[in-house]
Design a protein around this ligand. Structure first.
Ligand SMILES: Cc1cc2nc3c(=O)[nH]c(=O)nc-3n(C[C@H](O)[C@H](O)[C@H](O)COP(=O)(O)OP(=O)(O)OC[C@H]3O[C@@H](n4cnc5c(N)ncnc54)[C@H](O)[C@@H]3O)c2cc1C
Ligand code: FES
Length: 339
C-alpha cells in the first residue's frame, strides 16, 4: 500500500509521488527522481524541513536544532524522518529545479468547447491518464501554432478521465479566440503543470470563497472536492460578475448546494443595467457571519482589479482571516507587450 504525496514547490510546480507508510518522504521522492535537499539524513540539521498542508504522518525522530516543538505543532516536518499515515500535501521552501525536477509537459485531446454565454466558454480535455492536481491549481496550455501558452485553472476535480476549464471569451484574445472560432474536437493540445500555490487546504474551519468572473473555475474544482468529504464546516461562495451574461454554471452551483449540507452561495452583478436581483460588488455581500470573527479560511480568485479590491477591503475591515489565499488571473506578459 502507498499513499499519494503531493510535493508543492516554492515556484508552484507540483509533483505527486507514491510513498508507502514504511518509507520516509525523502526516500520515496528520491526513487521518483526528486532530490529533496538533504544533509545529515538523520534529523539533526533541518535542511529537509518542509510544511505539511494536509494529512497525517509519523514525524520520526529528530533533535530540537533541526525542528522545534513549536514548529512541529505548526505543521513543519523533516522529509528525511516523516512517514505518511495518509495522503499528504507538502510545501517545500525551494523551487522545483533545486530538487532536480520541474513541471511535466503532456498532451491531451480536446473533447469539446461549449459557449456557456456570449462572454464565457467551457472546454474539456480527454487525458491519456487521469491527472492529479490540487483543487484550485492550473495548467499552462500551448496555443497551437503560436509558441505561446496561457494559464487556465481546472474547474473539474482531480483524478478524472477528462479535465475541464472556464475561459473568458475576450475579443481578439489569442487563446480564447482560438477556442471560440477554430478549435475542433479531436485536436491535440500540449499543456504543462499542474502548478500554483492557490489550492484547497485541509478544512479546519468555515470557508469563504470569493470568485470574480471565470475565477469561478477553481472554486468549482474545490467544491467538487468538498462534495467527496464529510461536510464538517460551512462553506459560502460569493460569485461576482460584471454583466448578466457573465453569470454561468448556476445549475452546477445549485446542484452542489443541494448535495453538500452547509454549502450556500450567492451571486452579484456589478453593472447598474443588470436585471439580476443582487447588484454590486462581491465586497458588498461579505456579511459578518461568513467571517466568523476571523476564524475562516478565505479563497479569492478573479481578475487582478477584483482581487486587489477585495484584498483592500480585508486590509481596511480590521478582520484578519485565519488564512487568506488568492489567485490573480493576470494577462500573460506576451499579451501585455503586444498591446
Ligand atoms: C494562474 C492563472 C490562471 C488563470 N486561469 C484562468 C481561467 O481559469 N480562466 C480564464 O478565463 N482565464 C484564466 N487566466 C487568464 C488566462 O491565462 C489568459 O490570460 C486569458 O484567457 C486571456 O488570454 P487570451 O489568449 O484569450 O487573450 P490575450 O491574447 O492574452 O489578450 C488579448 C487582450 O486582452 C487583454 N486581456 C487579457 N485578459 C483579459 C481579461 N480578463 N479581461 C479583459 N481583457 C483582458 C490583454 O491584455 C490583451 O490586450 C489565468 C491566468 C493566470 C495567471
Ligand atoms: S537532512 Fe538533516 S534533518 Fe533531514
Amino acid at each position: 500500500m502507498s499513499f499519494k504525496v503531493a510535493l508543492n514547490f516554492e515556484d508552484g510546480v507540483t509533483r505527486f509521488i507514491a510513498c508507502p507508510p514504511t518509507d520516509t518522504v525523502a526516500d520515496a521522492s528520491y526513487r521518483a527522481g526528486i532530490n529533496i535537499p538533504l544533509d545529515c539524513r538523520d534529523g539533526a540539521c533541518g535542511t529537509c524541513k518542509l510544511f505539511c498542508e494536509s494529512g497525517e504522518y509519523d514525524g520520526g525522530s529528530y533533535i530540537e536544532d533541526a525542528l522545534t516543538d513549536e514548529e512541529a505543532v505548526q505543521g513543519f516536518a523533516l522529509a528525511c524522518q516523516m512517514r505518511p499515515r495518509s495522503d499528504l500535501v507538502l510545501r517545500l521552501p525551494v523551487p522545483a529545479a533545486a530538487c532536480k525536477t520541474g513541471p511535466v509537459t503532456q498532451t491531451a485531446v480536446l473533447e469539446e468547447v461549449t459557449r456557456l454565454s456570449p462572454t464565457t466558454l467551457a472546454f474539456s480535455l480527454k487525458l491519456a491518464t487521469p491527472l492529479m492536481f490540487l483543487p484550485g491549481q492550473y495548467v499552462t496550455i500551448q496555443v497551437p501554432g503560436t509558441g505561446q501558452g496561457r494559464a487556465y485553472s481546472f474547474s473539474s476535480t482531480p483524478g478524472a478521465a477528462s479535465a475541464s476549464f472556464l475561459v473568458r471569451n475576450i475579443p481578439g484574445g489569442l487563446m480564447s479566440g482560438f477556442l471560440a472560432n477554430q478549435a475542433k474536437p479531436g485536436l491535440e493540445l500540449t499543456f504543462t503543470g499542474p502548478s500554483g500555490s492557490f489550492f484547497l487546504r485541509e478544512m479546519k474551519r468555515p470557508v469563504l470563497l470569493l470568485a470574480g468572473g471565470t475565477g469561478l473555475a477553481p472554486m468549482l474544482s474545490m467544491l467538487g472536492q468538498m462534495l467527496a468529504e464529510p461536510p464538517v464546516h460551512p462553506v459560502h461562495l460569493i460569485y461576482g460578475v460584471t454583466n448578466d451574461e457573465d453569470l454561468v454554471e448556476i445549475a452546477r452551483l445549485e446542484e452542489y448546494a443541494s448535495h453538500r449540507p452547509g454549502f450556500t452561495w450567492e451571486a452579484c452583478v456589478a453593472s447598474p443595467a443588470s436585471a439580476y436581483p443582487r447588484k454590486g460588488y462581491v465586497t458588498q455581500y461579505i456579511q459578518p457571519p461568513y467571517l466568523n470573527g476571523g476564524d475562516v479560511d478565505v479563497y479569492l480568485c478573479g481578475p487582478p482589479a477584483m482581487v486587489e479590491a477585495v484584498r483592500k477591503y480585508f486590509a481596511e475591515s480590521g478582520v484578519t482571516p485565519a488564512s487568506f489565499h488568492y489567485e490573480k488571473f493576470a494577462p500573460s506578459v506576451a499579451a501585455d507587450k503586444a498591446a
